[in-house]
Design a protein around this ligand. Structure first.
Ligand code: ATP
Length: 448
């Protein structure tokens, strides 16, 4: 159990979608034109939330480690890349059409009855390729076809030699990348869980054949711990090993980290043992040598690859759903998001007791001090009680309040804790240290 308890165990997806819209986390894309199927725009709070998710991943993967480096490869690559990787031929889902309403579904998602009309007759499944195609240059013919990448991983494989020779990394080492991927999903849905344009956080870990299974275990445990470290409750996570018949074409073994979403268990991340499938495929098609020479053992080999592949949007949704709580009754009722302080879109809010000339200069001074070290927000509208509720609802861990005593007597402010609602008074001189201390404690308390 997480030390930060929840009053309600979970909520429904509608509640999250409506909070996301009301408070500016996520909006329907192209809303003023009636929307575009399953595309979403991240608002001011959503962009901070998703950025924090990506930053924490990057820090854990790249900045805090010596054995992983970063890359930002192009979304558009030569079509040869996707031919070599097998995506042009194999990257498809089984599609069925309902005999009643003629809607189309992924055969492995739809169940026995059409969710729209209840009909139980479906067409025979046919394979539907998920690659998005477009044209490069002014002529729209077959020779100009390029694909929007369906995963960031291939950009890493094709740069293996560039990165290895420029960084002089020795195996085992990894290359990490965060970026947009595109898949023409048959049945997108569940808000930002399954969309056609999404962001992935992927890391390819190159290791010696024979050590791959050990590294696979290592990265499964690492990934599970990562979500817990940033506040997802352990009891809402599970690890699911893939059955042999669901393994992707490149994988020797895969495990999913799943989260119990409002509608049931859903995949957040897959950790796959991709073997030497991709490097060998590119060696074969490009004619370039992507093998590795091990100086110590004096042997040359094509590395095996273990890949943790995570979705930034799905993770952001899991962080929101997991943080959600409703507490109290009647006038005391509040909605609160118990975000981990490194995930919360706003870490500290500075709130003058009221909008008042006497308080304003001091409040701005405190805000400048706070924003230099924390992602901060200033709010002086409406009553202080309402502003606390607003900050609770967007998951701001700490609120700093500047009142008349601050300017007239003690040059001190109060810090209010989101979860306990306890307030402590601290001198402005010691405010930064006090906030850091409270955030540190909260980091520990949030560990799921
Ligand atoms: P699924 O089985 O849900 O279609 P997948 O197994 O095909 O997903 P991977 O290829 O393993 O997904 O991609 C790695 C990660 O990228 C997933 O765990 C998920 O978090 C994210 N992801 C994949 N497809 C989508 C999508 N359509 N929308 C949002 N995120 C996605």
């Amino acid at each position: 159990m997480s030390p930060i308890s929840r009053t309600i165990e979970s909520t429904d997806l509608e509640t999250i979608v409506s909070l996301a819209k009301r408070r500016g986390f996520v909006f329907q894309a192209s809303e003023i034109y009636g929307g575009l199927g399953s595309t979403w725009d991240y608002g001011p709070l959503g962009v901070e939330l998703k950025r924090n998710v990506k930053d924490m991943w990057w820090k854990s993967m790249v900045r805090d480690r010596d054995d992983i480096v970063g890359l930002d490869s192009a979304i558009l690559q030569s079509p040869e890349v996707w031919m070599a990787s097998g995506h042009v031929e194999n990257f498809s889902d089984p599609l069925v059409e309902c005999g009643g309403c003629h809607r189309r579904f992924r055969a492995d998602h739809v169940g026995d009855k059409c969710p729209y009309c209840g009909e139980s007759k479906f067409s025979e499944p046919r394979q539907f390729n998920l690659l998005f195609k477009t044209f490069m240059g002014p002529v729209e013919d077959e020779a100009a076809v390029v694909y929007l990448r369906p995963e960031t991983a291939q950009g890493i494989f094709i740069n293996f030699d560039n990165v290895q020779t420029t960084t002089r990394k020795r195996i085992p080492f990894g290359i990490a990348q965060i970026g947009k991927s595109f898949r023409n999903e048959v049945t997108p849905g569940n808000f930002i869980f399954r969309t056609r344009e999404f962001e992935q956080m992927e890391m390819e870990y190159f290791c010696k054949p024979g050590s791959d299974e050990e590294w696979h275990r290592y990265w499964i445990d690492f990934s599970d711990d990562w979500f817990k470290k940033f506040g997802i409750r352990g009891e809402k996570l599970r690890i699911r090993e893939h059955e042999a018949d669901e393994l992707p074409h490149y994988s020797k073994g895969s495990a999913d980290i799943e989260y119990e979403f409002p509608w049931g268990w859903g995949e957040l991340e897959t950790i796959s043992n991709r073997t030497d499938f991709d490097l060998k495929a590119h060696i074969k098609r490009s004619g370039r040598d992507l093998s590795y020479f091990d100086d110590a053992a004096k042997e040359r080999f094509v590395p095996y690859v273990v890949e943790p592949a995570m979705g930034a949007d799905r993770s952001a949704l899991a962080f929101m759903a997991d943080a959600y709580d409703e507490e109290g009754e009647g006038k005391e009722k509040r909605t609160v998001l118990h975000f981990h302080p490194d995930i919360a879109p706003v870490a500290v809010a500075v709130l003058p007791l009221s909008r008042n000339e006497k308080l304003a200069p001091k409040a701005r001074e405190v805000y400048d001090l706070v924003r230099a070290s924390f992602n901060a927000q200033f709010d002086d509208t409406q009553s202080i009680g309402r502003r606390y509720r607003r900050q609770d609802e967007i998951g701001t861990p700490l609120c700093v309040t500047v009142d008349f005593q601050t300017v007239e007597e003690d040059n001190a402010v109060t810090i209010r804790d989101r979860d306990t609602m306890v307030q402590v008074r601290v001198p402005i001189d010691g405010l930064k240290a006090a906030l850091e201390d409270q955030i540190d404690k909260l980091r520990e308390a949030c560990h799921g």
